[in-house]
Design a protein around this ligand. Structure first.
Ligand code: FAD
Length: 553
């Protein structure tokens, strides 16, 4: 990454410009950098965020961070794997959430701090010479035509500059000026209820779990974080004056009633109003909304930022492949098609969880809590909540997919594939590190030459699909071809993919299953793929970072 001097007056040209240096914009720019796309990241503030915001990051977001190579850095400041305990007003635990499974390679709930993550992601952009950043620069206006998008920018000392790009990602947050300039609405509701948020340092917690006090008199959530930090969230109740809630005596009294350690140091306190909203459309022409710019969710499910990072992964790889000419622009229409329903499902989950955490009436709180205690006697139901099976699955109903005639419930097409540790000829690795940055063909066949033949159609080479065979035997020195061979001792892949044995799965760069076929249906599948991606056999084969495709078929 290089930083443009604050006095640049020349015009600048990029393949993609990302407006907004929050988690969505930073993740998008990192992914585009990883894919070798000339990118400009624009942020009006001089630094990344300093305020209290997200504290819970999920397994899917960590997997995306792994995709652009920042996972080791990020995990250093994350408390991986923690649960939640929900209490009645009399202090009885009525619900326990404590997921133990890690199907995508990471624990499902992890504690972190948004200001730390943003600083890490900004620094990681230094690894990508194709990404330039302008912090302290604001987007003034934007116009587009068939050739591209033109942005007028204003610098920290009132300098002006113009930038052009083929596409723009509007990751400019809840009050997105880009969304407004495109004439797109943000439909939904804003809650009248407010919450006081207090972030503490030097505040050891009695347990690693989140404690949720579901007391109608004063709902409160206490979340331990990395390095002795702790977050308290208190719901404002009738009679509270929002302007007085951050007064020291009020905050101290609230903290004491909920067991904050006396030596704790308050580093941030503020009152928030939450929203549940979805943009009427997520794009216009060459401009795509992402993150809070197109969906707002109350934080009760800890999913606002996580949804934005899902947008980033879905959009960034499509933009990269389209910008390189490897996929037709029409593919970009599948971004909203794939992401909208899932984002809505997350908002609905947060609304349901909010009603459990902060009951509006004593009777409704008592009824809900009693019901959970009763249901908790059944192991299957207890497990459903403990393992977070209520969380919407990473799965698309339609989009850039080749369906295989199976029912939506049973098919693996459109689902995020599991990520186990696998054995390769060079040692144990995470599956995604073997899959690489491009498409991949993951086969579960007994005969490697059948796998080679079934994946030899040139359309697979045109999308630079890496070929990987899941086998019981690594063939060690006996095989010298270009197929990667792995073994999966956990059997997670066979169990996580529908009818895996004898089939080959086409995996997209964002690790979702594009389609599946058998050796006998390979030609038909290749033809359907060619139509889906408007394949031009005369086009040059281009993989990630402009490298030649991995095999020529
Ligand atoms: C109290 C609280 C707790 C939360 N807890 C969680 C949680 O546990 N887990 C979770 O997943 N989410 C949580 N969230 C939500 C999460 O913080 C947001 O969803 C996330 O910050 C959205 O990221 P974003 O990048 O889309 O937008 P933002 O973070 O808002 O970033 C947008 C950026 O765009 C910049 N910008 C705007 N206009 C311009 C312009 N014209 N030119 C240049 N730059 C511009 C802004 O300065 C800003 O930096 C929480 C939120 C709050 C308030």
């Amino acid at each position: 990454m290089s930083t443009i001097s604050a006095y640049v007056t020349t015009e600048m040209d990029y393949q993609v410009i990302v407006v907004g240096g929050g988690p969505t914009g930073l993740a998008t720019a990192n992914l585009l950098g990883r894919y070798g796309i000339r990118t400009l990241l624009l942020e009006r503030n001089l630094t990344t965020v300093q305020e209290p915001r997200a504290v819970s990051i999920d397994d899917e977001s960590l997997r995306t961070i792994q995709a652009f190579g920042a996972i080791d850095t990020v995990l250093r400041r994350v408390v991986a794997g923690y649960g939640s305990e929900y209490f009645t007003p009399t202090g009885k635990m009525f619900l326990k959430v404590g997921p133990t499974a890690a199907p995508y390679g990471y624990p499902r709930r992890n504690a972190f701090r948004q200001p730390i993550l943003e600083a890490q992601l900004r620094e990681h952009l230094d690894s990508f010479p194709v990404v330039k950043t302008l912090f302290g620069w604001r987007l003034e206006s934007l116009s587009q035509d068939e050739a591209g998008v033109t942005l007028e920018l204003r610098g920290p000392e009132d300098e002006r500059c113009r930038a052009h790009s083929a596409y723009v990602v509007a990751a400019d947050g809840a009050s997105s000026s880009i969304r407004a300039s495109l004439g797109l609405r943000l439909d939904g509701e804003t809650f009248t209820e407010k919450w006081l948020i207090v972030d503490l340092e030097d505040s050891p917690a009695p347990t690693q779990e989140t404690l949720v006090f579901c007391d109608v008199r004063r709902p409160c959530i206490a979340l331990p974080g990395p390095n002795g930090t702790r977050r308290f969230e208190f719901k404002l109740v009738p009679g509270d004056d929002p302007s007085k809630m951050t007064d020291s005596d009020v905050v101290q009294t609230l903290l004491q009633t909920h067991g904050a350690a006396p030596q704790s140091r308050i580093c941030r306190k503020t009152v928030y109003t939450f929203h549940a909203r979805l943009a009427s459309r997520w794009s216009r022409g060459r401009v795509f909304l992402a993150g809070d710019a197109c969906h707002l969710t109350p934080p009760f499910a800890g999913q606002g930022m996580n949804s934005g990072i899902r947008d980033a992964h879905n959009l960034a790889w499509k933009l990269a492949w389209v910008a390189r000419g490897s996929l037709p622009p029409v593919v970009l229409e599948t971004y909203e098609e794939e992401r909208r329903d899932h984002a809505r499902d997350m908002i609905n989950l947060a609304l349901r969880m909010g009603r459990i955490m902060g009951p509006r009436h004593r009777l409704s709180g008592f009824t809900t809590q009693s019901l959970f205690r009763l249901l908790g006697r059944f192991p299957a139901i207890r497990d459903y909540f403990a393992q977070m099976k209520y969380k919407p699955k990473p799965r698309f109903r339609s989009g850039l997919l080749l369906t295989d005639g199976r029912t939506q419930r049973s098919t693996s097409v459109g689902r995020l594939i599991p990520q186990p540790m696998v054995n390769t000829r060079t040692g144990e690795r995470c599956l995604d590190d073997v899959l690489g940055d491009d498409f991949a063909l993951l086969g579960f066949l007994d005969d490697i030459s059948v796998f080679e033949r079934s994946t030899s159609h040139p359309v697979f080479s045109s999308i630079a699909a890496r070929r990987i065979l899941v086998s019981e035997d690594l063939f060690e020195a006996r095989y010298a071809g270009d197929v990667d061979i792995i073994t999966d001792r956990t059997s997670s892949l066979v169990h996580g993919l529908d009818c895996a044995k004898g089939r080959i799965f086409a995996i997209r760069p964002d690790r979702y299953v594009l389609g599946a076929f058998t050796p006998t249906t390979a030609d038909k599948f290749a033809e359907r793929l060619a139509t889906l991606i408007a394949w031009n056999p005369a086009a040059q084969l281009i993989g990630v970072r402009g490298e030649p495709a991995l095999h020529s078929g």
